[in-house]
Write a protein that binds this ligand. Structure first.
Ligand code: UDP
Length: 240
């Protein structure tokens, strides 16, 4: 990074789908390795990194409920799916030489730590990557909401949402050639416009706690570092 980072502590939300690569289920090792490499650059630059990982590449409670399953059981399965992703990510991050801890909102303490806020902050201060698993630990929520919640709880100065497009657009850029990217939006614009960037619960929580959000393209090498260096020419920023 040419300039020193303008953020000290970030929370990055990775959806389960982001981990699939070109497949339509599961975890792509090359995606994990790429992400671990990007995270290494960030940690080496002195930025503290927390992650919230989704589970949509494996199970979503809503989808399971549509197929006839009890919704709460489905949500429990979805939350456990995030633990599987978190363990895979832990492994990839460890292999690039970083220290990492998985902390789960559901108690599964033979495979990872329980989420305890003060302990999470301590890990971050020591330069460990902290991966928050099991969402909020409650059914009927999403990992987007967990990301907003944990970002506020650990005092992140930026919440990042990694997506497949480089920000929020006026329409789906993959379907509409006239779609343009917003450089900046207010939370109220994102909420009222139902722009689909994060669910409404997550947006309202982030707005009410004045958490700055950046939506960016996770596949672009170096994008994360550029954002943390203060480059606002990529991604879309959402602020109160
Ligand atoms: N989930 C939940 N409570 C939470 C977070 C997640 O019940 O606090 C369940 C829910 O069923 C959800 C699934 O876990 O569909 C996977 O999370 P999400 O859909 O947010 O994953 P992503 O879309 O980010 O891959």
């Amino acid at each position: 990074m040419s300039s020193s980072p303008v953020y000290q502590r970030i929370l990055l939300k990775l959806s389960g789908e982001a981990l699939m690569g070109d497949a339509n289920f599961g975890i792509a090792p090359q995606v994990m390795n790429f992400l671990a490499g990007e995270l290494k650059l960030v940690i080496d630059a002195g930025v503290q990194v927390a992650l919230v990982v989704g589970g949509g590449n494996i199970f979503r409670g809503e989808g399971l409920a549509r197929a006839g399953m009890d919704r709460i059981t489905g949500d429990h399965m979805g939350m456990l799916a995030t633990v599987i992703n978190a363990l895979a990510l832990q492994d990839a991050v460890e292999r690039v030489g970083l220290e990492v801890r998985v902390m789960s909102a559901l108690r599964i303490n033979q495979v990872c730590e329980d989420y305890i806020r003060r302990r999470a902050v301590r890990h971050l201060e020591k330069g460990r990557v902290v991966i928050f698993a099991s969402g909020t630990g409650n059914p009927f929520f999403t990992t987007d909401s967990a990301a907003a919640l944990r970002a506020v709880e650990v005092g992140a100065d930026l919440l990042l949402k990694a997506t497949k497009v480089d920000g929020i657009y006026t329409a789906d850029p993959k379907k509409d050639a006239t779609a343009t990217r917003y450089a900046e939006l207010t939370y109220d614009q994102a909420i009222d416009g139902r722009l689909g960037v994060m669910d409404q619960t997550a947006l309202v929580l982030a707005r009410d706690h004045r958490m700055k959000l950046c939506v960016y393209d996770m596949d672009r090498p170096g994008a994360l570092m550029r954002i943390l260096g203060g480059d606002t020419s990529i991604g879309t920023y959402v602020q109160a």
